[in-house]
Design a protein around this ligand. Structure first.
Ligand code: EAX
Length: 329
């Protein structure tokens, strides 16, 4: 009997030693892939370049982050699935596609819920943002930090959007998100959900009239080449969480985990500053590119989409909405 127990203990030690040997040791060097769907000159890319430099520095050159733009590693839903399976290490996405995986993030997709970028950033970087990241645990995904996509406005080829009536029947591409679609239905438009990678072609082929995205995307994805009008509705704020596969994250040493967390937060602040810089100059630049830009009174749009809050009250609790509103100055 003693011999059998000894044999089991020895085999267990041998197995554990072998498995530990399978962990990507830092001495071998470690490459982390991170994907996003936007253009190579969008702040998403510049922020990931900074993230890569910081991680390399903080791990003494032992960990290299390789970042891929323009949906090279798939659309946002594909990449989120890759994180769950462990077939992709990291992704930088909007929160909207996360609604296919967990409903709690829908609160951030509600129209006009954030007063301005500063308030949005403070809420996301505070306890409410942390709580939503905790929800991702059940999806085998870990959120490192909330970067920024930004406030979304409507572009189209029919005419300037001055009031909700101007949205009637407008075929608008939306993200694959029920709150986004319900909001455009409430405005009288006809939402057409599709992945970002298909959008430019759809606009070029006029299968849709318009789309909605922040100015840095209208600029870097060259939507001004296929869209005549830009109306500053700023109807949604899109956070951009930097996500990592939980399975992959758990395989890392605490030192590398800490390096990734610190780098994600430092690069977040840098990426947000780039968005601010772009927003400050893009109105002029997009007009120079030939877009006709207008600034509608937001109140009629806010009034028109209020039913969306009630429509989703069973999923997005009034208590959580109230907390998000009260957390803003
Ligand atoms: O996260 O799909 C979109 O319109 C988003 O802005 C894009 O995926 C960036």
């Amino acid at each position: 009997m003693l011999k059998r127990i000894t044999a089991v203990i020895l085999i267990s030690i041998l197995l554990l030693t072998t498995l530990a040997g399978c962990r990507p040791t830092l001495d071998d060097g470690l490459t982390i892939r991170v994907g996003h769907v936007l253009a190579p000159d969008h702040p998403y890319s510049e922020g990931l370049k900074k993230f890569s430099e910081l991680v390399y520095e903080k791990t003494d050159g032992k960990v290299f982050v390789d970042y891929f733009h323009s949906s090279q590693l798939g659309n946002e839903r594909d990449m989120i699935e890759g994180l769950q399976l462990g077939t992709l290490e990291m992704a930088l996405v909007s929160t909207a596609p996360l609604s296919s995986f967990t409903k709690e993030f829908l609160v951030f997709d509600l129209p006009f819920i954030f007063k301005d970028a500063e308030n949005a950033r403070n809420v996301l970087d505070g306890p409410i943002g942390d709580e939503l990241f905790d929800v991702l645990d059940s999806q085998y995904i870990k959120g490192l930090a909330y970067w920024e996509n930004g406030f979304r406005s409507v572009t189209n080829n029919r005419g300037p959007i001055e009031t909700p009536e101007d949205m009637k029947g407008l075929k608008v591409r939306t993200m694959e998100n029920p709150v986004h679609m319900a909001s455009f239905n409430a405005l009288g438009a006809s939402p057409s959900p599709m992945a970002f990678g298909e959008l430019f072609t759809a606009l070029q082929q006029k299968t849709i009239d318009g789309q909605e995205n922040p100015l840095p995307i209208v600029d870097t994805s060259k939507f001004y080449e296929v869209q005549d009008y830009l109306s500053l509705t700023e109807h949604f704020y899109a956070p951009a969480p930097l996500l990592i596969s939980q399975k992959f994250y758990d395989s890392l040493t605490p030192e590398v985990q800490q390096a990734l967390q610190e780098a994600a937060e430092e690069a977040r602040d840098y990426e947000r500053s780039l968005i601010d810089e772009m927003n400050a100059k893009l109105i002029t630049e997009l007009e120079e590119y030939g877009m006709e830009i207008n600034f509608p009174d937001k109140q009629p749009f806010i009034d028109a989409v209020q039913p969306v809050y009630e429509q989703f009250s069973d999923i997005i609790t009034p208590e959580l909405i109230q907390r998000v509103i009260e957390a803003q100055e």
